[in-house]
Design a protein around this ligand. Structure first.
Ligand code: C2E
Ligand code: MG
Ligand code: MG
Ligand code: MG
Length: 289
């Protein structure tokens, strides 16, 4: 279906709740547990996806609709958090996590992450709303995470820094998205309040192609660790990449191999189902030794 993307069409889609969040599972590479999901916006029409975010977000920003969309998506996200709260993740085999103190207790709280643009932070749209939600007790801090791309941060450090710190002080985890595509210096990284580096999917996909590309991923993972951050790999499409990441100590993963972005209804089913991602035994053996 082709649809002319105009400001009017966008406004109408927003009024009709056609901009909908999908959820892509995030998995603990150590245990295979589903930890939560990344929320990704889609323009839908009778539940079919019409447009992907890259096709309409630039217009959202240029036509001044970002503030409204962000609030609308945050509402959807909070409703999803509340819905999922009572969805018990499938039990992990007790033996597989017995060496991990706290793992059994922690695995019931799912975290959903939302992508934000620099303007969302500069305007405090997100942090004001999250502050109110936390104050009201609607959500708790571990249930929501923020993703912002490396290039968006590095191009706007002065505009986003205060709000990142504000969110961090509320206990919200902040992930640097698409790491490896921007120009962070170690010095800058150490001064910014990030909890995790999300390795860009291009970097992740290339790791299987050469020793040098593999070394890039390995050094990113160890740099994250040196700086007190965890590593999350996105774009895991194959079992071999999945196993490489496990073997090199990456903590979390996301990608078509583990699960595609899906509706909230399907994600609920995903959370409840049992998963035995191929190769996860390797990670357990590696990490346990
Ligand atoms: P991102 O945050 O880096 O999201 C990851 C993108 O990679 C998503 O594309 C996802 O569908 C895709 N992906 C995940 N796993 C795989 C895989 O294994 N293989 C391949 N080929 N692709 C994979 P999507 O959903 O089209 O989103 C594109 C970008 O749009 C996102 O990149 C994010 O930066 C932005 N975005 C999405 N939703 C929002 C939103 O609600 N607000 C804002 N400001 N930006 C958003
Ligand atoms: Mg993201
Ligand atoms: Mg990304
Ligand atoms: Mg991206």
């Amino acid at each position: 279906m082709s649809r002319q993307v105009t400001r009017e069409a966008l406004e109408q889609a927003m009024r009709n709740d056609e901009l909908v969040l999908f959820y892509q599972p995030k998995v603990c590479l150590l245990t295979g547990d589903v930890l939560g999901a990344e929320a990704l916006v889609r323009w839908t029409d009778n539940s079919n996806v019409v447009l992907s975010p890259d096709e309409f977000l630039p217009l959202v920003e240029s036509s001044g609709l970002l503030h409204d969309l962000t609030l609308q998506l945050l509402d959807q996200l909070v409703a999803a958090i509340v819905t999922l709260r009572d969805t018990a993740p499938a039990a992990t085999q007790a033996g597989a996590v017995a060496h991990l103190p706290g793992a059994l207790e922690n695995r019931r709280s799912l975290a959903l992450s939302i992508n934000v643009a620099p303007d969302d932070l500069a305007s405090r749209t997100i942090s004001n709303q999250i502050h109110a939600l936390l104050q009201a007790g609607t959500i708790s801090a571990p249930e929501l995470q923020i993703e912002i791309t490396e290039s968006a941060v590095m191009g706007n450090v002065d505009r986003v820094y205060d709000d990142l710190v504000r969110l961090k002080n509320m206990g919200i985890k902040i992930l640097m998205d698409d790491f490896g595509t921007g120009y962070s210096s170690i010095d800058r990284l150490s001064q910014l309040p990030f909890d995790s580096l999300k390795l860009d999917q291009g970097v992740v996909k290339r790791m299987a192609t050469s020793r040098q590309n593999l070394d890039v991923v390995r050094s990113a993972i160890s740099m994250a660790r040196e700086l007190g951050m965890t590593s999350v790999a996105e774009g895991i499409e194959t079992e071999s990449v999945y196993n490489f990441l496990i073997a090199h100590g990456c903590e979390e993963g996301q990608g078509y191999f583990l699960g595609r972005p899906m509706s909230l209804h399907d994600f609920k089913g995903f959370v409840c189902a049992e998963h035995d991602f191929e190769g996860s035994q390797i990670g357990r053996v590696h990490q346990a030794s």
